[in-house]
Design a protein around this ligand. Structure first.
Ligand code: SF4
Length: 399
């Protein structure tokens, strides 16, 4: 019931498809200590085992499976688990070794058919308190222990209604007609602490049982909608085949002997954090981007102009049309002055230097068409340069 409440889809994988979960080291550790407690309190043995015998039993049980079968990742961790188990058993004997007494039963598997349900429970230990009253004790081996009302109420329901428990009690007290659970205990083995809870009252029991029947109805109706939560799904053995992650119903191996298929993790993760929103750009960053864009466009323009000019040369075109623009080439002669110093010396000696505000190629060439410069001086200046054809490519919008 706990698994169905945790996630109906998980329950379906486990109990409808019958795919066992991966071994968990904490279950293996808990199970080994439960075995030892059963060994210590076994009502069939008139005397109790010594600490050495209990430790030896623990070792035999522990060694019957490998570290990975127990669910440990490394042998070192398994060794630590073994040492912790020995510590707990030794401490238990230190506290209870001299006062051990047989309970009514240990590790009693009880089946109860009630309201159309077949309840199977394992009661770790039942102690008889007299006059039909019993105490149910459950061993806990996790890091912490806290009240788990559903588990306690289920034990109460089973113990008070199970014919097998009544027969047990009647063996020591034949007059008893009805078993009453007086106390429910969690015994935390790592800390040797016992937590005792009062029996559930009628209202609690009624509400609990309605909840059980409700879950049973849902299971019978085949309602197994997944209830994903990040923390639950992260540790779920069925994650790689779960519809929440794969986007499709599971259709792999099912039934007795089936195992969870070894498939790679699905790409879809409904819990993946959305990409963080980009921080707004500063004006400086926007300016840099625009400069880079313009630079790239300028380079592209230069390259295109060269390619267009080369093609127009090849085809002998002066003008050509695209669908939206037209290109027009004009050519003119220009004089280029390669020897700058010689040219400047001449301009100085001819008294022309002051006519060029800044003596550049174009301002010097402009003197050749200046009407105020004598033709003879123009000829001497022209002789200092060389003639070159310059082409200009105009791109304009086609009309
Ligand atoms: S992955 Fe999540 S939703 Fe799917 S079965 Fe496991 S717990 Fe349920």
């Amino acid at each position: 019931m706990g698994m169905y409440q945790e996630c109906p889809q998980k329950y379906k994988f486990r109990y409808v498809h019958m795919l066992p979960e991966q071994p968990k080291y904490y279950f293996a550790f808990g199970s080994a200590l439960h075995e030892v407690m059963e060994y210590i309190y076994n009502p069939a043995n008139p005397s109790f085992p010594t600490l050495e015998e209990a430790l030896s039993f623990f070792k035999t049980h522990w060694d019957s499976t490998s570290f990975d079968q127990k669910g440990y990742q490394y042998m070192e961790k398994e060794a630590q688990g073994f040492e912790e188990g020995r510590r707990i058993i030794s401490a238990y004997y230190g506290k209870h070794g001299n006062t051990l007494k047989h309970p009514l039963s240990v590790e009693m598997k009880s089946t109860l058919d009630v309201d159309g349900l077949s309840l199977i429970s394992i009661l770790d230990r039942i102690d008889y308190l007299g006059e039909g009253r019993v105490q149910i004790l459950d061993y806990k081996t996790g890091k912490t222990v806290h009240r788990e009302p559903d588990q306690l109420l289920m034990y109460q329901k089973v113990a008070e209604n199970s014919p097998a428990v009544l027969q047990l009690v009647q063996r020591v007290d034949p007059a008893v007609k009805q078993v009453r659970v007086e106390r429910l205990c969690f015994y935390h083995l790592p800390s040797l602490q016992e937590l005792t809870f009062e029996r559930g009252d009628d209202k609690e029991m009624y509400e609990f049982w309605q909840k059980v029947l409700g879950v049973a109805d849902e299971i019978r109706a085949g309602k197994f909608a997944p209830s994903p939560e990040e923390n639950k799904c992260r540790w779920c053995d069925y994650r790689n085949i779960c519809p929440v992650f794969t986007g499709k119903e599971y259709d792999g191996p099912s039934g007795w002997g089936a195992k969870i298929p070894n498939v790679p993790p699905p790409a879809h993760n409904p819990f993946a954090a959305p990409a963080p929103a980009a921080a707004p750009k500063t004006d400086g960053e926007i300016l840099s981007e625009k400069i880079d864009r313009l630079g790239a466009l300028t380079q592209e323009e230069k390259r295109l102009r060269g390619e267009i000019s080369a093609l127009m040369d090849k085809l002998g075109y002066k003008r050509h049309f695209g669908t939206k623009f037209r290109a027009e080439r004009t050519e003119k002669e220009k004089t280029v002055f390669d020897d700058r110093q010689k040219t400047l010396d001449f301009l100085r000696s001819a008294g022309l230097l002051n006519k060029t505000l800044v003596p550049t190629q174009s301002s010097i060439a402009a003197l050749l068409s200046d009407p105020s410069v004598p033709e003879e001086t123009k000829a001497r200046l022209r002789a200092l340069g060389r003639q070159e054809r310059e082409s200009d490519l105009q791109i304009t919008e086609a009309e």
